[in-house]
Design a protein around this ligand. Structure first.
Ligand code: GLA
Ligand code: ZN
Length: 673
């Protein structure tokens, strides 16, 4: 049987976190029997097992884990084996209390949860290296071992530690990044408010200060905290590579912008052998399937388009939101299949068997408290069979139509204090532009600011406030060579040190956009302004306006009221062979539609008008053909026009080129050659 990426898969991965240490061994036989019934072929084991496998310092008890891995292997189930370094045992903290992280306010966290880690702590680093070495030595050749799972969700729940050990580590990091204390002074603008340093030893983490703490110092600290976690990941990864060559190493990301803002995944994506991701629906009233699609696209982009794997999502409710609705019938399958449409090589869950104790006993699982006579279990078994039928798509890649530029560091910088308006939120801009593209059935590739964009007819830049020269040059080249660019307000304002580019805003993009911005004029809370454009199209906007001075750009929409009444609101600039659009106010997704439509015309890109917005259409394509995923999130059946007839992988047989997709249904059609 052929093996498929990312790691010798015979069929798409299906399974979840398996925590048998929470259960008597008498349940294990039932676990594997039911796993087989559901066609589970991969489980993540040992994520929180440190206290069991090293009950005392240097004393190891691997017998239970040996039996678990043996049982899995005997049943044809592969293991994604974790290093348990997110949960050091109680004895470790008694010996090394300073490994517990300290908050910005100076409060030390206590033992009793998980993830309480100061990543600079050398005792922690040594202990993590030791347990990783022991695990690798013992299980390197184990036939069940398919993948290493390092740690768990770096960056959560503790984003950064502010202890004295981290302060010392930060000074080293600053010396390496900036070279000298003078360079730090320059980068941070310490002449402001008398913050000048005459030696690196005078510098602390951005701890609690009476007023706004230096923004560039805060930004550098976020970079430092991220780099420090990555150092620890790489140390474990290198041990695993050395002792278990050939077994890929991952750590589960949380790329959803609504779930983790502490990690620069562009940098992390380069360090893992396989990108894996965890995604949970945030039920705050927004369309959860749009956020899911965005996260999946971002994950694929972090993997540079390579195959990735959804390592955790939920079969039904989570238990960490204020209110935790159960998924509706069919929703779990739509969620899993949407991830697969966007490049995941399978779908795994947190967790296999619902816990009876601890903090997550009301979190859904594949095998719920209700047992096998339950909707969730029946849907889990059905999904296992459906996913097993998707083996042919393993050798394909998701096809993207447009690029969206995204950068975690720019997001961090925008979230700092002292900005023109608290109502502006970079993530919201990314969400809304994404939603507008989703609603037109365009598949998005996310790109870091300096990436080659030439493959995309349309590139959207939502609020890229922090932009260095190289990124600005990249965007200019893209337009000059014929691309169509759409840029939102508050882009190209500062360099990597949070220093405003010289001259009028937006310093990095003035020439590309053919305009300057004389002054920002954000709106009062709740206030709205009106825009008027081509053929009298009226739009309504909020949060932000500004005085745009065209210097080569033409005005397409102008403000008809508000602080800059009569001034340009949306502009268009021809540059070289391409076009650069600028949107100077906050348009929600529906109001962005006419602007994107006009830009798509410049880009020569067809917008689909024939489908309701909640019908998701994504293509995966490879040497063996093209598969179209159609997911109907709506309440009505829809006839969907495909490029041609084909065969449905989910057991619906031959389909014409206009199959009906029932409300809540999914079709995965292999198009005829
Ligand atoms: C995260 C963690 C899991 C579990 C789930 C619950 O993704 O990795 O251990 O806590 O959340 O949603
Ligand atoms: Zn620390």
């Amino acid at each position: 049987m052929p093996l498929h990426p990312p790691f010798g898969l015979r069929r798409p991965a299906y399974g979840g976190d398996y925590n048998p240490e929470q259960w008597p061994e008498s349940t294990w036989q039932e676990d594997v029997r039911l796993m087989r019934e559901a066609r589970v072929n991969l489980v993540s084991v040992g994520i929180f097992s440190w206290a069991q496998i090293e009950p005392e310092p240097g004393v190891y008890a691997f017998d239970r884990l040996d039996r678990v891995l043996g049982l899995l292997h005997d049943n044809g189930i592969a293991a994604d084996l974790a290093t348990p370094t997110v949960a050091p045992p109680a004895w470790f903290y008694r010996a090394h209390p300073d490994a517990l992280p300290v908050t910005r306010e100076g409060v030390r966290h206590a033992f009793g949860s998980r993830g309480a880690i100061c990543h600079s702590n050398s005792a922690y680093r040594r202990a993590a290296a030791r347990i990783t070495t022991e695990l690798a030595q013992r299980y390197a050749g184990h036939p069940a071992l398919a993948l290493w799972h390092v740690h768990n969700e770096y960056g959560a729940p503790v984003a950064a530690c502010y202890c004295d050990g981290c302060a010392a580590h930060f000074r080293h990091w600053l010396a390496a990044r900036h070279g000298s204390v003078e360079a730090v002074n320059d980068a941070w603008g310490t002449a402001f408010w008398g913050q000048h340093y005459t030696g690196l030893e005078q510098i602390d983490p951005p701890r609690l200060t009476p007023g706004v703490c230096n923004p560039a110092q805060q930004l550098d600290y976020r970079r430092f905290a991220d780099a420090t976690m990555r150092e620890n990941f790489c140390a474990e990864r290198d041990i695993l590579h050395r002792l278990a060559p050939g077994i890929p190493v991952t750590t589960n990301f949380m790329t959803a912008l609504s779930q983790c803002d502490t990690v620069d995944y562009w940098a992390w994506g380069r360090e893992v052998d396989i990108v894996t991701n965890d995604h949970y629906l945030i039920t705050d009233g927004r369309r959860t399937h749009v956020n899911l699609a965005m996260t999946a696209d971002l994950t694929r982009s972090v993997a540079h388009g390579a195959p990735w794997l959804l390592l955790e999502h939920s079969t039904s409710a989570v238990n960490w939101q204020p209110r935790n609705p159960a998924k509706r019938p069919g929703e779990m399958a739509r969620n899993s299949l949407a991830h697969i449409a966007r490049g995941s090589q399978g779908a795994l869950f947190f967790q296999w068997r619902q816990s009876r104790q601890g903090a997550e006993k009301f979190h859904s699982a594949m095998l719920p408290q209700a047992g096998t006579d339950s909707r969730v279990w029946r849907e889990v078994v059905r999904l296992g069979a459906d996913i097993a039928a998707l083996t042919p798509v393993l050798d394909t890649s998701t096809v993207a139509d447009v690029a969206v530029v995204w950068d975690w560091q720019s997001w961090w910088a925008q979230a700092l204090e002292g900005r023109p308006s608290v109502d502006h939120d970079a993530r919201e801009r990314a969400d809304s532009f994404y939603e507008a593209l989703y609603d037109r059935h365009l598949t998005v590739h996310f790109a870091p600011p300096e990436a080659d964009l030439s493959a995309y007819p349309l590139v959207v830049v939502p609020a890229l406030y922090l932009m260095n020269r190289a990124a600005a040059d990249n965007l200019r080249r893209y337009v000059e060579n014929g691309g169509t660019l759409v840029v939102s307000y508050f882009s190209g304002i500062v360099d990597e040190h949070d220093t405003v580019h010289e001259g009028p805003y937006p310093g990095a993009l003035r020439d590309v956009l053919g305009l300057t911005v004389e002054e920002f004029s954000p709106l009062p809370e709740g206030a709205r302004v009106r825009l008027s454009g081509p053929d009298g199209t009226e739009l309504s906007a909020d949060v932000w306006t500004e005085s745009v001075v065209p210097r080569g750009a033409e005005t397409v929409w102008h403000y008809t009221d508000g602080p800059v009444r009569g001034g340009p609101a949306v502009t268009r600039h021809r540059l070289g062979k391409g076009t650069a659009w600028y949107v100077s106010t906050r348009l929600a997704a529906p109001a962005l539609d006419p602007v994107l439509r006009a830009a798509c015309q410049d880009a020569g890109l067809d917008l689909r008008d024939d489908l309701p917005r909640d019908v998701e259409v994504v293509h995966r394509s490879g040497e063996d053909g093209t598969w179209v995923f159609v997911i109907n999130h709506g309440e009505e059946p829809v006839d969907v026009t495909l490029p041609g007839p084909g065969t449905d992988l989910l057991g619906n047989g031959r389909t014409g080129s206009r199959p009906t997709v029932p409300a809540g249904g999914v079709r995965i059609v292999r198009l005829d050659d």
